[in-house]
Design a protein around this ligand. Sequence first.
Ligand code: ZN
Length: 250
Amino acid sequence: MILLFKKRTLGFMGAGIFLLCLSIGTFNVASHPNMNKWKQEKVVITMVKTSHKAVALTFDDGPDPEKTPAVLDSLRKYNAHASFFVVGNRVEKQPQILQKMAAEGHEIANHSYSHSYSAFSSNKPEIFKEEIDKTALLIEKITSQKPVLFRPPGGYLSDNLVNLIKNEHLTIAYWTWQQDSKDWKVGTSGTAIANHIIKNIQPGQIILLHDGASNGLETARAVDILLDKLTQEGYQFVTMSELIKLGIME
Ligand code: ZN
């Protein structure tokens, strides 16, 4: 259900979906009236304009005791670095996976504490603050990394959320529209996920994947396939913060 909602918020071109988003009190970045303003202010990012042949793999909803280690294994084989958007209440259960991520050179980023849509659709700044700060503190305590990127559950956006993000000097890490392979859908094969990404690849993209969804082992397979192909083509796989340093946020 959680992920189904995400899928809906990403279908940003449809008027019906736009109305759905309105009706539940949220917007996605593409349809929010302030989208361009926030992108110009560099508070929301969907890709990076760069002359480097580099992209960022981003993984949401972990850490998961089975799927996240499989993803880490795939990344390690190709010496690729990625950004993991972790959920605080899962971090509490798997601190050793977080330590491993950090030790292997990955970036840990914030994906809220509860991943609860009702918490976010309340649109209350104090709830946003608690969700974000609690997870940031856990990440810092476990890995010594201070997270600088926040990805709202389901892509939720509002003026209240953006104002808080600005106050906390964070960036809202969206993703590149063409690089949502829907890897989380149960039954999607690793090959299909990899093919989607390979077909659409362009330098500077932020690629959306899920190590914490039930299809996560297929996501790990996809990572193997796409890294094999794209590293041969000269692509570098860097963390999202590293990618931002290689160009201009868009
Ligand atoms: Zn999520």
